[in-house]
Design a protein around this ligand. Structure first.
Ligand code: NDP
Length: 470
């Protein structure tokens, strides 16, 4: 009997999650796979997110590297002028190369690519922008997210992170709005590239959701390197002023900037995809509701990555896509455990690396001990930098398991990746203690923390204590 479907799998979205799912389904499990991408293969991470952002962080790090070199006996070390057009050209050449790798990898594996928008018509049918209809046994939605602009007059005069990689010239004076990953990283980039940088955040600390102490440290560092960080402030109106933008703030001030960048979060990209019409349930923010197998309540439609608004990180989307392909096409059912996912915020000079529970989250669950170290790293101190490293282990007093690790240090992203293995394995404080230090490093502090800096008795004990005082 002939197959009633054109394809076994139709993937909508050629970003990290969609490409991984499609490639594994076709190359490892022999499925017949098609993928539609309306923009560029590689998606947010490769084309307008993690990759160009990290390269810009490297570019922005060089003035500080020159300052450090002067501290190490190179009195003439200077970076001189930053050639933005030259850097931007090289950046785009690199992104083109990566896009080509993504596209070729999928095609060589045996996938069929439609470089156009696709929309779901029914649980087994998609319609392409050119009007063609294609049927598939399974459909995977992997359309990611898109930046959300605040609902204020003139918001359209602001830039989003996607726009920055294409700027003709760098702004002399820039305003960054927001206090999340993107705001902290881009304020660091602008400042490092020589722009006068103002950052506003409506909250009292940047990086909501991270460990409170580390949030304060990141804020101090942003200020310390010369960013004008204003907390508890928001923008209420933007107006075009010649080539620049005039911003009115809710503290009554009005100021002019050459550019304003909104880093005020991202929304799942589900508009106009035909999902609800096909019976797929969406959440309050428009996210596709899925179970742990990434399956929607329409059995033939699945979704992975930022469009599901679970943990919005590239490696998570990749794992979800891979698990989906193995489960549905490889008869190897598995799903991703989102509980222990490490992440890093690439600020400078210190990055923030984090895995597991924050001190606040852990203290809400039970009795915990907090082991901490705060110090000037040898390398920074010698160079004359006042930057300070902070490391913290959150340990369950009952099981002695390490519930969370938070590192604020140069290359903390690299360190936390390795700490995440230990946390995922359920390592105890004794396992950390048994590990012999690598000396002299910053990371050795994490295995030499002897005494808890403080303890939290846990929520029940706190309630009893409060009741006793009342
Ligand atoms: P986040 O959700 O991390 O932060 C959004 C920020 O904008 C918050 O500080 C929020 O404030 C603020 N905000 C939201 N709405 C408004 C508003 N109307 N007016 C003023 N401020 C507002 O989003 P990002 O855009 O920084 O990042 C998007 C996603 O990208 C994240 O989920 C992250 O996972 C991912 N990402 C990861 C990176 C990494 O791994 N290094 C790097 C960059 C992005 P409040 O806290 O008060 O809500």
């Amino acid at each position: 009997m002939s197959d009633p479907f054109d394809f076994d799998l139709f993937v909508i979205g050629g970003g990290s999650g969609g490409v991984r799912a499609g490639r594994i389904a076709v190359s490892e499990h022999g499925a017949k796979v098609a993928l539609a991408e309306e923009s560029r293969m590689g998606g947010t991470c490769v084309i307008r997110g993690c990759v160009p952002k990290k390269l810009m962080i490297y570019a922005a790090s060089h003035p500080a590297a020159a300052a450090e070199a002067r501290g190490y006996g190179w009195p003439e070390a200077q970076v001189g002028r930053f050639d933005w057009p030259a850097f931007r050209g090289k950046l785009h050449a690199e992104l083109d190369r990566l896009e080509e790798i993504y596209e070729r990898g999928f095609l060589v594996a045996g996938g069929t690519l439609f470089k156009q928008r696709a929309r779901i018509v029914d649980p087994h049918m998609v319609e392409l922008a050119d009007g063609r209809r294609v049927s598939a046994r399974q459909i995977l939605v992997a359309t990611g997210g898109r930046p959300a602009l605040p609902d204020i007059p003139g918001a359209e005069f602001g830039l989003i992170s996607d726009d920055l990689f294409d700027l003709e010239t760098l702004p002399r004076r820039v305003l960054v709005v927001g206090g999340g990953f993107i705001a902290c990283e881009f304020a660091t980039i602008f400042h490092g590239l020589g722009c006068e940088t103002v950052m506003i955040h409506r909250g009292d600390k940047v990086l909501r959701g991270f460990d409170d102490e580390m949030r304060v440290r990141v804020g101090y560092q942003l200020e310390g390197i010369g960013i004008d960080l204003r907390l508890g402030v928001n923008a209420t109106r933007l107006e075009r002023r010649g080539e620049g933008v005039r911003v009115r703030f809710d503290d009554g001030r009005t100021e002019d900037f050459d550019a304003v960048m909104f880093a005020t979060g991202r929304n799942p990209n589900t508009e106009g995809l035909g999902l609800e019409e096909a019976g797929v349930k969406l959440g309050r923010r428009g996210e596709v509701i899925v179970d742990r197998w990434s399956q929607t309540q329409i059995p033939s439609i699945y979704a992975v990555g930022d469009v599901t608004d679970r943990v919005n990180l590239t490696p998570v989307a990749i794992r979800e896509g891979h698990a989906f392909a193995d489960t549905v096409f490889g008869a190897q059912p598995r799903f991703l455990d989102h509980a222990v996912v490490a992440s890093a915020v690439y600020t400078r000079p210190n990055e923030l690396g984090t895995v597991g529970l924050t001190e606040e989250q852990a203290a809400e669950r039970g009795p915990v001990e907090v082991y901490a170290a705060h110090f000037s790293g040898m390398r920074d101190k010698f160079a004359g930098s006042t930057s300070r490293v902070a490391m913290k282990l959150i340990v369950c007093q009952t099981t002695l398991r390490v519930l969370g690790v938070h590192i604020f240090a140069p290359e903390a992203g690299e360190m936390i990746q390795l700490a995440a293995i230990a946390i995922g394995m359920g390592a105890t404080k004794a396992d950390f203690d048994r590990t012999v230090a690598v000396h002299p490093t910053l990371a050795e502090e994490i295995v030499t923390l002897r005494h808890p800096e403080r303890r939290h008795a846990g929520p029940q004990a706190d309630t009893v204590a409060q009741a006793a005082q009342a």
